[in-house]
Design a protein around this ligand. Structure first.
Ligand code: AMP
Ligand code: GLY
Length: 427
């Protein structure tokens, strides 16, 4: 089979790496891809991943049998619909199904209608009404721009003043453009967060191993929010019982609800969960694999990813018995100094081979090739991943890989998986 991966980040590198291991994969392409992906795929630069017609033409030219979509924007842009219309199989939800991520108000209204546990909320298109609601509810409270805002449209306000300022920025000043013309204001949920990704063919849904992301930039979960500074899987907070509860109360009902609403959901469903005293509740749904969750989840997958994705597309997922390894995986993100604010690009990266020799996987997130050398080209540059029988061993191994790699102004968190280690030590 010829397979095309859409995207260029660490998530897409991990997808390509895993797809390449399948005996079903003959030739792998990536659009646009990155220098790490080039080790397993032919990268095709110069095609806009938001141009469905150009992507369909590319898939036809390369006789692609399966398209795998990484990021959310092509999904909400209907790339899966476009491929299907051209008779090409594509893994991922259609435009209407991707609304589960693309519109927070759609997703919250669906959860309310079908009794899926989530924070209490109201939706507003009028700033004065939003302010009145904040005054009535008080803080802490959470303000969310309705549409896609590259992960930045959520403000967890610990005071009423912060909440009112967020309403002002999003609604009056349109800080996130049209994405903020509608806001969701919701109850603050207290608890530990975990990510539960799942494969689904629209009828059957099979959870992957759980994982946990570190969203803040600095050690001790301090500093600004980022796209994710590291991950580990499985997340000890997600006990077998909690995974079963989340599957029964959240995953299965949302898939049934989407089918009932005439928006059958196929692909990877990402449930961001808060483990509260009342059980798991949904923080958000994403219509795609998580980044950097994928970097720790897929290395633990023992089954063939191409076979699973085809089963999701074809509606035969219930026939498969998906196998996971028992160990743990840890990903430490190496970022450019200054990230998530401004940073410089173009610094040479040394030690990539040394890190691989230390038995770590190095997934490229923001790199480029310049004169035959790999250089930094983004905020998050690399994800260094290690697999081991325990989280502790995986942490130690991942940091050995990180120590082997150098580039100017590199920074990374030194405490990835600290919560897992504390929990496992019974603290
Ligand atoms: P989201 O983009 O919806 O995932 O929100 C970003 C982050 O904000 C989440 O990962 C949580 O840490 C936090 N968050 C979102 N909604 C809530 C909530 N209702 N209560 C507490 N924290 C939240
Ligand atoms: N790691 C968070 C996300 O992929 O949305």
């Amino acid at each position: 089979m010829n397979i095309l991966v859409i995207g260029s980040g660490g998530r897409e590198h991990t997808l390509a790496w895993k797809l390449a291991q399948s005996p079903l994969a003959t030739k792998l392409y990536a659009v646009p891809g990155n220098p790490g992906m080039a080790e397993v795929a032919t990268c095709i630069p110069g095609v806009d991943i938001c141009d469905n017609a150009a992507l369909v033409k590319l898939a036809q030219d390369k006789a692609i049998d399966l398209v795998v979509v990484g990021p959310e924007v092509p999904l909400t842009n209907g790339v899966v619909d476009a491929m299907n219309a051209a008779g090409i199989k594509a893994f991922g939800p259609t435009r209407l199904a991707a609304e589960l991520e693309g519109s927070k108000s759609f997703s919250k209204n669906l959860m309310k209608k079908y009794g899926i546990p989530t924070a209490k909320y109201e939706v507003f298109t009028n700033a004065d009404e939003a302010r009145a609601y904040v005054e009535k509810e008080g803080a802490p409270i959470v303000i969310k721009a309705d549409g896609l805002a590259a992960g930045k449209g959520v403000i967890v306000a610990m005071t009423k003043e912060e909440a009112l300022e967020a309403v002002h920025e999003i609604m009056d000043d349109a800080a996130f453009g049209k994405a903020g013309s509608r806001v969701v204001i919701e109850e603050f949920m207290d608890g530990e967060e975990a990510s539960l990704l799942a494969f689904t063919d629209g009828r059957t849904i099979v959870p992957m191993v759980s994982s946990q992301d570190h969203k803040r930039a600095y050690d001790g979960d301090k500093g600004p929010n980022t796209g994710g500074m590291g991950t580990y899987a499985p997340a000890p907070v997600m006990t077998k019982e909690l995974v079963a509860e989340a599957t029964e109360k959240i995953l299965k009902p949302v898939i049934a609800a989407m089918a009932k609403e005439g928006r059958p959901y196929k692909g990877c469903l990402y449930a961001g969960l808060m483990i509260t005293d009342e059980g798991p509740k949904v923080v958000e749904f994403n219509a795609r694999f998580g980044d950097p969750e994928t970097q720790v989840v897929l290395p633990l997958l023992e089954s063939d990813l191409v076979e699973i994705m085809l089963a999701c597309v074809d509606g035969t997922l219930s026939d498969l018995d998906i196998k996971w390894s028992d160990g743990a995986a840890v990903c430490v993100v190496m970022a450019s100094g200054g990230y998530p604010k401004s940073y410089q690009k173009g610094f040479a990266i040394d030690g990539l081979e040394k890190a691989k020799a230390a038995d770590t996987l190095v997934f490229h997130a923001g790199t480029a090739e310049k004169d035959g050398a790999v250089v930094t080209n983004g905020g998050r540059v690399l994800g260094v991943v290690a697999k081991a029988p325990t989280v502790k061993e995986a942490v130690d191994k991942a940091y050995k890989g990180v120590a082997a790699i150098t580039f100017q102004d590199a920074f990374y968190r030194k405490d990835i998986a600290h919560r897992a280690l504390e929990r496992l030590q019974g603290k």
